[in-house]
Design a protein around this ligand. Sequence first.
Ligand code: FAD
Length: 389
Amino acid sequence: MDHVVVVGAGLAGVRSVEALRAHGFAGRITLIGEEPHRPYDRPPLSKAVLLGQTDSTVVDSDLEALDVRLRLGVAAKGLRDGVVETTEGELDYDGLVIATGASPVRLRGEGPQHVLRTIDDALALRARLVPGARIVVIGAGWIGAEVATAAAKAGCEVIVIEAAEAPLAVALGAAAGGHTVPWYERAGVDLRLGTMVGSVDLGGVSLMSGGRIDADVILTCVGVRPAVDWLKGSAVAVEDGVVVDEHLRTSLANVVAVGDCANWWSRRFGRRMRVEHWDTALGAPDTAAATLLGEVAVYDPVPYFWSEQFGHMVQFAGHRGTAERMLLRGDPHADEKWAVCWLTADDRLAAILTVDRPRDLVQGRRVVEGGQRLDVTRLTDPTVTLRDC
Ligand code: FAD
């Protein structure tokens, strides 16, 4: 293998370059990215960048030392066996890493709507978060909650509109997500649950129920879609992202996929998974590089992510799809620090959500990995160390 092309210069792309070199690949590497920026981290965009604490989140990676040809402002448009078609012409490859991430969903309507995916999105939104501005955030998911936190801190009047009955309902279910409702009240954020936006109009949003909410700034935070349109018509199978096996191999020889765009087979959970979180973009490239170079490697992590919202560190590990029931560790109403445990029918930990309990998260992730049975009475006692349950 002489030339590897990495498409997508985000975290998963740059980590793929590093992993190829770490696995001893001495051939040429070309990294192409649609954005004009050097690879940067996205988690701070909705936190430190919006709060005005930093303007740059460039990933700490010495691309010159890695001897990579970096081509920014270049997008892949199509793929044939051995050839990537780009906006700047064709690129031959022997090995290909697909790391094109995801793009935010926009709602219909003629009015201007912000989204938050890129550093440019974050800087444009930050400029609008001025005291007294009326901000409507559509979607009380992870990013919506973080933006609401920053906007309230900036002195804006913040309204969060959520179609479900609770914040974070898609990720956690309404019962667990509902425990975060008081955080909105305490921050002075007007949370409107069970409310559907029909369209984004000039100066406000129209609701499906017929009403309208006026706004100076509208931010749509209703999720993302894998950025895989450029693979249409290619031999790479796509279904909710790029379909890859447990080695992160696609249906086309010598092509692997990583990060937000990859839908991999998890041996551990016995199902396909596509996880749009930082830890996946960080960890998957090592397996993908090994696979591309002919080594045998399996990607099978316990998924992990975090969010910082309303002054709380929220962390999650596992996959709650295999759980039968949910238990609280601590009382969200009485105690600022609590956790939710999802258990399988035979009392094994499927997933854990922790609020300001980082040690529970670290131990919980290991317990999910280990798969041991737990003593449920001890588990619900927050004074008992989780690994001793
Ligand atoms: P991306 O970061 O999306 O990078 C893909 C790159 O590919 C992009 O630069 C894109 O422009 C480029 N590209 C796309 N199509 C093409 C093409 N056809 N040709 C060339 N280039 C292309 N995760 C957490 O775990 N915790 C958090 O607190 C957290 N906060 C977040 C906050 C925000 C605002 C956002 C947006 C995400 C956050 N995430 C968080 C998620 C995390 O940042 C992503 O999971 C991670 O960035 C995925 O990395 P990636 O490299 O797969 O994709």
